[in-house]
Design a protein around this ligand. Structure first.
Ligand SMILES: [Zn+2]
Length: 303
């Protein structure tokens, strides 16, 4: 695909940066920093609907940035916050996530760039040992969207619950397209997120919440968690406010891509939900995921 690491991809990325800077001279979404104990998380809206995240350890004034696709925008925030950038975490190789890595490293020469080797991340120097100031991070391998897709987990700290930065693996009520893996691969990646503590805050790579919840409602019209979250999201988006973070518990309650075991979802897709009573339902869940993806891709948002 063009968004892979090709010259055409790079040219398109530069064009996109230009286009969206002109279209949205301010931010595409209004964001506020979230302060949790000595951790400060500042979402940075980029391009049409991407988010990078600057995660600051206030006690050491050290920071890491997740998916800084627009180096200039990220640099501005780093300067405003007056922190030392210590690392870049890259969820995957696509330009709208990894596109600013090299430009940022030219300005912050000491910075370590983390990512999975399979994704051949620009400038990638490291894969483990992820401490930033006093903050401990862990990389979790979540292939499916790309072969090397990785999410980053910030361990809980006093006043700060565990946080996960999910890139294009998991969105609020959605999931990334499976470009480089099977549906079974994607299911096992999503299961890794479901196994995290329910209180984990989820910080995804794109602002897709409204469309995703409208789609979820078409799969499970009776699910009250979907309608409640959708009405909150609609209010937020009227003001162009960010909808992140959600929590793992919330995602499990409304995200159809995480609900491929649920009778209500399987029935809605036309499967016999009693099949799910068997021990190994991986095949059934994979088929259900493929079906949900297919429906999502052709979903008409003009309700
Ligand atoms: Zn992507």
């Amino acid at each position: 695909m063009l968004y892979a690491r090709t010259r055409v991809g790079e040219w398109m990325h530069q064009k996109d940066l230009q286009k969206f800077r002109e279209q949205y001279p301010e931010w595409t979404s209004k964001v506020t920093a979230t302060e949790l104990g000595d951790v400060k998380i500042r979402p940075i809206p980029l391009l049409e609907d991407n988010y990078a995240y600057l995660v600051i350890d206030k006690s050491t004034e050290t920071a890491v940035v997740v998916d800084p696709a627009d180096a200039a925008a990220v640099k501005k925030v780093i300067e405003e916050e007056n922190v030392r950038l210590s690392a870049i975490f890259t969820t995957h190789k696509h330009w709208d996530h990894a596109g600013g890595n090299l430009e940022l490293r030219a300005d912050y020469k000491h910075v370590s760039i983390y990512g999975n080797k399979k994704d051949n991340i620009p400038g990638c120097t490291k894969c483990d040992g992820m401490q930033v100031g006093n903050l401990n991070f862990r990389a979790i391998f979540t292939p499916g969207h790309t072969v090397g897709h990785t999410i980053y987990l910030l361990e809980a700290r006093p006043g700060c619950p565990q946080c996960v930065f999910t890139g294009d693996c998991l969105f609020l009520s959605g999931c990334g397209r499976t470009f480089e893996g099977s549906c079974a691969t994607m299911i096992s990646s999503l299961d890794k997120i479901c196994e995290l503590d329910d209180t984990t805050l989820v910080w995804p790579g794109h602002e897709y919440a409204k469309d995703n919840l409208e789609f979820a409602r078409s799969i499970e019209p009776e699910n009250a968690a979907i309608s409640e979250k959708l009405s909150w999201v609609k209010g937020q988006r009227l003001e162009r406010n960010i909808t992140s973070p959600s929590t793992v518990a919330e995602e499990k309650s409304y995200n159809p891509f995480l609900r491929t075991r649920e009778g209500s979802v399987l029935t809605s897709l036309g499967y016999d939900a009693t099949e799910s009573a068997g021990a190994d339902i991986t095949d059934l869940r994979s088929k259900a995921l493929a079906e949900i993806r297919h429906k999502k891709d052709s979903f008409n948002y003009k309700l």
